[in-house]
Design a protein around this ligand. Structure first.
Ligand code: FMN
Length: 348
């Protein structure tokens, strides 16, 4: 299948969906520049998704990707959650605040969101992608019927096989280098921590599906290397965080532009799922205190509250500052200029 030709892309570059960071303006700028922009609706509901799709469509008539979280329902474990909130008390106290009284399931999984499915079937985005798992057969059939090309993040061959069986059209090979949440379907499963290089080759050689490489790719040489490995395109997230179109706050941008960008860590403490983050005060605490983290996204309710409390005091070190291992290569360019720079590097 020719992903690039089908989507009429001038460049085999995908701006990764990044909930809370990517924006309709970013996605539209990328799509208008001949690559594929993405919006992430995993952290909002159908009404929020409708607004984001409309905003993107107002800015581009090119294809773009709409991304969903398909996590398993979280366990609600009152005793463990209370212990977790207790453990966070000193961190909140240092910010002059207290933890929330209880945790909450702040994001609904697409697996259990008929209103979001209705929205997608009605608005028919050209590309729909899944993170954290796969929706059910009926949802997949409905989206295919609506003409959507379906992508899914996978981190190993077993997840790829499940995606293939489910009817996914294109695999996103998310290597361990990647910024943000690991797309692994079961966060408690043993993780082989496959890097982008090995994972891309494995999926290209063994699945027969088109593969998009993701993780640690920051420039044209990285994209070229991904294509050499047999990928049909490269998906870049961290490369776009410093763009003016991103929603990253000043502390996040400053950390990304500083030597702090050289240190990223996989942490579960912020959200309840493994995610690669710039090393900061929260990840440091998490490294010593993450024995029994509540399930995603319930732990994230506390993580977000802590960051909000810290930010009122000008302390940015408790944010979910997701970033991949290539973070020091991030460039603060408008998204269209970044695409142009990457394309020039590919052709150099
Ligand atoms: N992937 C998703 O499928 N959905 C998301 O909402 C999402 N949010 C992310 C937020 C940030 C800030 C980052 C850096 C990544 C996120 N990802 C998300 C992961 C990306 O899809 C992709 O796997 C990753 O950015 C690739 O690695 P890189 O950051 O080194 O380029």
């Amino acid at each position: 299948m020719s992903l690039i030709a089908d989507l009429r892309l001038a460049s085999p570059i995908i701006q990764a969906p990044m909930a809370g960071i990517s924006t309709p303006a970013m996605a539209a700028a990328v799509s208008n520049a001949g690559a594929l922009g993405s919006i992430a609706v995993g952290a909002t509901d159908a009404a929020g998704g409708r607004a984001m799709i409309a905003e993107t469509r107002a800015l581009t008539d090119r294809p773009f990707n709409v991304n969903l979280f398909v996590h398993a329902p979280p366990r609600i474990r009152p005793a463990e959650e209370a212990a977790w909130l207790d453990a966070l008390v000193p961190l909140f106290a240092a910010q002059g605040a207290g933890p929330p009284a209880a945790l909450d399931t702040i994001y609904r999984s697409f697996a259990d969101d008929p209103a979001m499915l209705d929205l997608l079937v009605e608005t028919r985005p050209r590309v729909v992608s899944f993170h954290f798992g796969l929706p059910g057969a009926q949802q997949i059939a409905a989206l295919k019927q609506a003409g959507c090309l379906l992508l899914a993040s996978v981190t190993n061959l077993d997840e790829a096989a499940a995606a293939r069986t489910a009817g996914i059209d294109v695999l996103v090979a998310q290597g361990f280098e990647a910024g943000g949440h690991r797309g692994m379907f079961d966060p408690d499963a043993a993780d082989a921590m496959l890097g982008t290089f090995a994972l891309t080759r494995l999926l290209v050689a063994k699945t027969g599906l088109p593969v998009i490489a993701a993780g640690g790719i920051m420039d044209g040489r990285g994209v070229r290397a991904a294509l050499d490995l047999g990928a049909v395109a490269a998906q870049l997230g961290t490369a776009f965080i410093a763009c003016p179109e991103s929603s990253a706050d000043a502390a996040y941008r400053a950390a990304l532009a500083s030597p702090a960008a050289q240190q990223t860590v996989m942490t579960r403490a912020i959200s309840g799922r493994p995610a690669r983050c710039l090393a900061n005060r929260f990840t440091q605490w998490g490294a010593e205190n993450s024995s029994d983290v509540p399930d995603y996204p319930r732990a994230y309710a506390a993580g977000k509250a802590l960051n909000a409390a810290a930010r009122t005091r000008g302390e940015g070190g408790y944010g979910a500052q997701w970033a991949g291992q290539g973070a020091p290569l991030a460039r603060a360019l408008p998204a269209a200029d970044l695409i142009a720079a990457i394309v020039a590097e590919m052709e150099a």
